[in-house]
Design a binder for this molecule. Structure first.
Ligand code: PRX
Length: 673
């Protein structure tokens, strides 16, 4: 079955369209902007020549390429294929060679308040040492290394050390469970895991290494692990279990390593990383990105969308390296452009709710890139908190992960951006590797709530069911009709799933899975996913993956999961479960129901990670299904959002919704973290 059965777009987002104001670009800003309007014309006149120029100007090649794009193996693209290069050399060494070794690359701010300043010269030494240390542990070109770390300098160094050796990194977000880690290690066939004893979150040390130990424990019937070594960063100093011969301290390995390391020159299409993301089915997909095209587009978008001036700007992207935003806009894009940036380990409210704004003031951050869910949280906390800090250094603000509602957009601009900073609402995905649809500061008029226009060089369209572009004012699906340099090259080990998921809905055209509209000006508004993927705080979660986790618990006979609209997180996970008879009896009273729900929520956290824990679990006697047995999530969403239930005429048994509603009339069945 194709992985993209389209259902109706997430409701509730249409109200974005009610408010369409637009702010003309600030002419003072425009004069000095990196991107000028001519960029659109240049790309339109000759798209491939445009990308060729970007690749030659923004990336250093060991061997120059002679062919820009080979699309003969579609949908697997080959960009700049006969060129050779190294990603770590591009991110670090060439800046040192150009005389910028003293420029700060990273201002690290730990949650407890410890800091570390790393120049490009420091980074070159650290990455070289780490590459030598990894090589000494047997890592070679073509291997896979799993990285399971908090936001530390070592995390950036670890990724670049892999890239320096031509080994693909696969970063697993620290919030994922041991089980999730285990399946990713196995799927990638990783030979090394890099982790830490723990990290600081919400004012306390939290542990990481135990999850790695658990993930690597032999399990009956499972393939033996491919992992030979675990490299452990000491961050918190807490006690860790130690497996002799397998576990190695990061600091000891690096101390023993030479500071000189010759980067391994790889072909442009050599794998750079695999990043797992949720799809419609239960099994996460290993999205594969390669080197030359990915670096070209991350550098190009970072330079133009954020208008980065490497000599003067201080850039801060608040994403964790566990997500694609951390890959493209903490590690590769900014470092390729020689930027000075802030990385922060902890949460926005530790030790107080002004922590982010204190950081902006302290480092004079001029470009801030974050997610709408964070903005909405700050709105809730009140503007008197940011008002206490000097935010006048900020000149460009970015948003990513979900549509930003106009109210949050206006607040972001007024309270954080001093009323003038351009906001770039950037639409893209793990699969696209880099920003695809976004305004350009100083060039495009800004329109709150809309991601607006495809970047120069990108062919994005909104199409109807028959793949025809919709006229202005129409709605449909967002697609990408021409290949782009940082596009995914596949799903690790599963070419068929790659073709099926993205290229079968509209043959020859990339199907993004997002509903979209075009307004009267032709600007694009994203309307949410049209498949069974939820967006919780800008993170992608699969309904099916959480359902599989729930039914793997002994209490559960059947489960259905929906993303219900939530004022802060965009969507929240709500689960409906049918319990197996004897357990249903146990859940009959309030205390029993609470105990069952706690057990199930903890089970999901163990199977996937705390981010996937349902906000609410509703015990129901039946689930609404069509005659062909498909769960009608639309009706469950109505229930979860406390709306009158919509058209239920296609249900196999129309009394089901009444049963569910009567079951829910019982006392509260919700539980919150
Ligand atoms: O639904 C879109 C939403 O996030 C999805 C991609 O998720 P992920 O691969 O985890 O990458 C997130 C960071 C790039 C998209 O299919 N999305 C992302 N950015 C936006 C967005 N929806 C609306 N507006 C955006 N700016």
């Amino acid at each position: 079955m194709p992985e993209n059965p389209t259902t109706e777009p997430t409701p509730g987002l249409e109200n974005l369209l009610h408010e369409t104001r637009s702010f003309p670009p600030d002419p003072r800003f425009a004069e000095q902007a990196n991107a000028q309007a001519g960029l659109y014309d240049e790309a339109k006149a000759d798209r491939l020549a445009f990308w060729e120029r970007q690749a030659r100007e923004l990336v250093s090649w060991r061997t120059p390429f002679t062919e820009t794009l080979d699309w003969s193996g579609a949908p697997v693209a080959r960009w700049f294929a006969d060129g050779t290069l190294n990603a770590a050399y591009n991110a670090v060494d060439r800046h040192v060679e150009a005389g910028h070794g003293d420029r700060v690359a990273l201002h690290f701010e730990g949650e407890p308040g410890d800091t570390r300043t790393v120049t490009y010269a420091d980074l070159q030494r650290e990455v070289s040492r780490a590459a030598n240390a990894l090589a000494a542990l047997g890592v070679t070109t073509g291997d896979r290394v799993v990285i399971y770390l908090p936001m530390l300098v070592e995390s950036v160094v670890a990724m670049l050390a892999c890239a320096r050796l031509g080994a693909a990194h696969s970063v697993v977000f620290g919030g994922f469970s041991a089980d999730a880690l285990r399946s990713r290690i196995a799927d990638a066939g990783a030979t090394l895991v890099i982790t830490a004893d723990g990290g600081y979150r919400r004012g306390a040390p939290s542990a990481l290494k135990p999850a790695v130990d658990e993930a690597l424990e032999p399990r009956n019937g499972a393939e033996p692990t491919t992992v030979a070594h675990v490299l452990v960063v000491r961050r918190t100093g807490q006690d860790v279990a130690w497996t002799e011969g397998r576990d190695v301290w990061w600091h000891e390995a690096l101390e023993a390593a030479d500071v000189q390391h010759d980067p391994v020159w790889v072909e442009a299409e050599h794998p750079l990383f695999i990043l797992y993301t949720s799809g419609t089915t239960g099994k996460p997909k290993g999205i594969l990105h390669t080197t030359g095209g990915y670096l070209t587009q991350t550098a190009y978008t970072h330079r133009n969308v954020f208008d980065l001036k490497a000599e003067t700007d201080v850039y801060w992207c608040t994403a964790d390296i566990g997500w694609v935003t951390g890959h493209s806009y903490v590690v590769y894009g900014p470092l390729l452009n020689g930027a000075t940036q802030v990385i922060y380990e902890g949460t926005p409210d530790s030790p107080h709710q002004g922590r982010w704004w204190e950081i902006v003031e302290k480092y004079k951050v001029s470009i801030l890139y974050t997610a709408p869910t964070a903005i909405r949280t700050f709105m809730k906390w009140g503007e008197e908190i940011p008002d206490r800090f000097d935010l006048s250094s900020l000149r460009v603000l970015g948003s990513v992960g979900e549509s930003i509602n106009p109210e949050a957009w206006m607040w972001y601009r007024r309270v954080i951006g001093g009323g003038t900073a351009p906001i770039v609402d950037t639409w893209w995905q793990t699969e696209t590797g880099a920003i695809m649809v976004s305004p350009l500061p100083g060039v495009t008029a800004a329109k709150p709530g809309s991601a607006q226009v495809p970047l120069p060089g990108i062919a994005a369209e909104v199409v109807d069911d028959e793949a025809h572009p919709v006229p202005d004012g129409g709605g449909g699906y967002l697609v990408l009709s021409e290949p782009w340099p940082s596009m995914l090259r596949g799903i690790w080990g599963d070419l068929e799933r790659f073709k099926d998921t993205y290229w079968s809905r509209f043959p020859g055209i990339y199907f993004a899975g997002d509903g979209a509209k075009k307004d009267e000006d032709g600007d694009i508004w994203l309307l949410g996913r049209v498949d069974d993927v939820m967006n919780v705080s800008g993170h992608r979660l699969s309904t099916t993956e959480i359902e599989s986790a729930l039914v793997s618990h002994e209490y559960v006979a059947e489960a259905a999961v929906v993303g219900a609209a939530d004022d802060t997180t965009g969507q929240a996970v709500v689960a409906f479960v049918i319990l197996i008879g004897e357990f249903a009896d146990r859940a009959a009273d309030d205390a029993g129901a609470d105990a069952v729900q706690t057990a199930l929520r903890n089970h999901v956290a163990r199977q996937i990670g705390a981010i996937a824990k349902p906000r609410k679990i509703l015990v129901v006697p039946e689930l609404p299904k069509t005659r062909s047995g498909k769960i009608m999530r639309r009706l469950l969403r109505d229930v979860a959002e406390n709306r009158a239930v919509g058209d239920a005429t296609t249900l196999a048994d129309s009394s089901v919704m009444t049963l569910i509603a009567s079951g829910l009339a019982k006392p509260s069945t919700s539980s919150e973290d």
